[in-house]
Design a protein around this ligand. Structure first.
Ligand code: GDP
Length: 591
């Protein structure tokens, strides 16, 4: 029996997904956790995550058509990026460069097997003797021509990585298993490629299997408006068996052919620009990044700027681990010398010198800082503001400690803090360093993170910084508990400061019912209905109270501005007299 097909929007919450599937949200959360994703019920999921979870729960998930454009916007940007490289270059400087290929397709249709097969067939024994390094991309030689393959299929970063795979991609190899046909991720891949205007070559894989049905695949492709050549269309389609190395040469020949038709170009004669394929921290070598040069030539010693980090190319290696001095367009290289780990998909560029790099980086950091206020993360200060007015004020905490022996006394001390209306809510207590997963949880549940004798992982630090999540680390238990206690007290002992908003002179007094109102002229600022008011006579304070009524002619008004006359009633005060000065003020919270 086939799985039930469920159509979903590209961006939906766990709750919404559960509703769509007709399953309990708890089961969806459990499935997410099995996939290494800590999510709360109202957390948004991207399409790929939702699809994987849905499929593991026995559904067939497809993207709701109308919203198809969303994840693709990223790719449009990529095309513009590629075109921008070219439009800025003088025509006569442009030279042909190798095509950059991404292999896309549904899970288990053979992406990894194909990439391995291509890599292995191309290892020419006498070439370098080097061992192939997995750096996220590799280059192969077909006769005299080069082809660059992105080597990151089925990457954990789901959409982001796939979308970015296509960002730098000239041609997409759409792999479809002949025994399975077009599946949701196949459709999605077609969508990505189309949106990015990237030509598709279809590889029908697993033709060795007895139940392989290439014609059915071709029919399904036609349903997606991809008409293969032998059916009179223009889509190149190569039957292969990645496992048995069949059809690989034909596939590579066709890539070369398609690349010749498109004639991809770049200007090798300028500072390099391109995209980060991978970044990681290596114990021995420090920060190692794989870059794909898309324009210009990257040289050892060049100064590279990536987002808010920069560094000199200290050493550069190709995908075989051979040390190189230069890298031309379409070359993937791994480099050392950056001060921070860059993120896959980031744009890189070479600049003239370190000074310029530093000034670009510091400008970007400033821009980031000023944007940070709008971020989703929580700081202790945000809590104080956000919790005002709520009945039970809960300070949500994620606690990470070095050993279980510390977790217990800390959580129990924290639980005893506060009173019925002010509580510490430890939503997660565990051992080990503070990781990106903790950060995701903190973001999703608006919590802060407290660490005891632990360190903050590099990736976590970055997220904390960019999202503005408060992380506090301690190595003395009582200090930790004391700080949280102080924070809790801050929740119910706000400090207020008076701010004077205006003055009025009393020019007449009159009776209104049982009380007395003052006919006033606003001499500066304004008086508001909810203001507090001090009555000053001969420079002496004779009353401090609140406004009970504020009228302009016969109307009750919320405020009266400088230069106008009005009637002011003062709560519980009948002694107001002509020539009194009324000083209006408000209390403002300062902590
Ligand atoms: P990916 O998820 O798309 O990367 O798929 P994999 O490359 O991991 O392949 C999934 C499974 O299909 C593995 O067990 C492969 O051995 C198998 N497979 C891949 N290509 C072929 C093929 O051409 N023929 C057969 N019979 N099996 C294949």
């Amino acid at each position: 029996m086939g799985n039930r097909v469920v159509e979903i929007l590209p961006d939906l919450t766990v709750r919404e997904l559960a509703e769509k599937l007709g399953e309990s949200p708890i089961d969806v959360i459990k499935e997410l956790i099995r996939n290494g994703i800590m999510a709360t019920i109202d957390q948004k999921l991207d399409f790929d995550t939702a699809a994987i979870v849905g499929e593991e729960m026995g559904f067939e998930i497809i993207l709701f058509e109308e919203k198809d454009a969303e994840p693709i916007a990223e790719l449009k940007k990529a095309v513009i990026l590629r075109q921008k490289f070219l439009s800025e270059e003088p025509e006569d400087k442009l030279k042909s460069r190798p095509p950059v290929i991404a292999v896309l397709g549904h899970v288990d249709h053979g992406k990894t097997t194909l990439l391995d097969a291509i890599r292995n067939t191309s290892v020419v024994k006498d070439e370098s003797g080097g061992i192939t390094q997995h750096i996220g991309a590799y280059q192969v030689n077909v006769n005299t021509q080069k082809i660059t393959f992105l080597d990151t299929p089925g990457h954990a970063a789901f959409t982001a990585m796939r979308a970015r795979g296509a960002m730098v991609t000239d041609i997409v190899i759409l792999i479809v298993a002949a025994d399975d046909g077009i599946m949701p991720q196949t459709k999605e891949a077609i969508g990505h490629a189309r949106a990015a205007n990237v030509p598709i070559i279809v590889a029908i894989n697993k033709i060795d299997k007895s139940n392989a049905n290439p014609d059915k695949v071709k029919q399904e492709l036609a349903n997606e408006n991809l008409i293969v050549e032998d059916w009179g269309g223009d889509v190149i389609c190569v039957p292969i068996s990645a496992l048995n190395n069949e059809g690989i040469d034909e596939l590579l020949d066709n890539i070369i052919l398609a690349a010749e038709v498109s004639d991809f170009k770049a200007n090798p004669d300028r500072y390099a620009q391109g995209t980060v394929i991978e970044g990681r921290l290596d114990k021995q070598r420090g920060v190692v990044a794989t870059l794909l040069v898309q324009n210009g030539t990257l040289k050892q010693g060049d100064v590279v700027v990536i987002g808010t980090t920069s560094g000199r190319v200290r050493a550069m290696f190709d995908d075989k681990g051979t040390k190189i001095m230069m890298a031309s367009p379409s070359s993937p290289i791994s480099m050392m010398g950056l001060s921070e780990v860059p993120i896959a998909g980031d744009f890189f560029e070479v600049v003239k010198n370190k000074k310029l790099a530093q000034s670009i980086v510091s400008k970007r950091k400033d821009a980031k800082k000023s944007k940070r206020k709008a971020k989703r993360g929580m700081s202790l200060e945000d809590f104080l503001i956000r919790l005002e007015g709520e009945e039970v004020k809960k300070l949500k905490l994620i606690l990470k400690a070095d050993v279980q022996g510390s977790v217990e006394p800390i959580t129990s001390s924290l639980k005893h803090l506060g009173d019925d209306e002010h509580k510490v809510d430890v939503i997660l207590a565990g051992t080990g360093n503070i990781t990106e997963t903790d950060l995701s949880l903190a973001l999703a549940s608006e919590a802060i993170i407290v660490g005891f004798n632990v360190e903050i992982d590099y990736a976590a630090k970055r997220v904390a910084e960019s999202e503005g999540v408060d992380i506090r680390t301690y190595n003395i238990i009582y200090k930790l508990v004391e700080d949280i206690d102080l924070a809790l007290q801050g929740l119910y002992e706000p400090v207020y400061q008076d701010r004077i908003i205006g003055h009025a002179e009393v020019r007449a007094t009159f009776r209104v019912g049982k009380s007395i109102a003052a006919g006033c002229y606003i001499s500066d600022g304004k008086i508001t209905r909810n203001a507090l008011i001090r009555v000053v006579r001969n420079r002496k304070l004779i009353h401090d109270g609140t406004v009970s009524s504020l009228r302009h002619f016969k109307d009750d008004v919320p405020e009266v501005a400088h230069g106008y006359e009005c009637g002011i009633g003062i709560e519980n005060f009948k002694e107001v007299a002509i020539s009194d000065i009324l000083e209006a003020y408000v209390k403002e919270r300062v902590n």
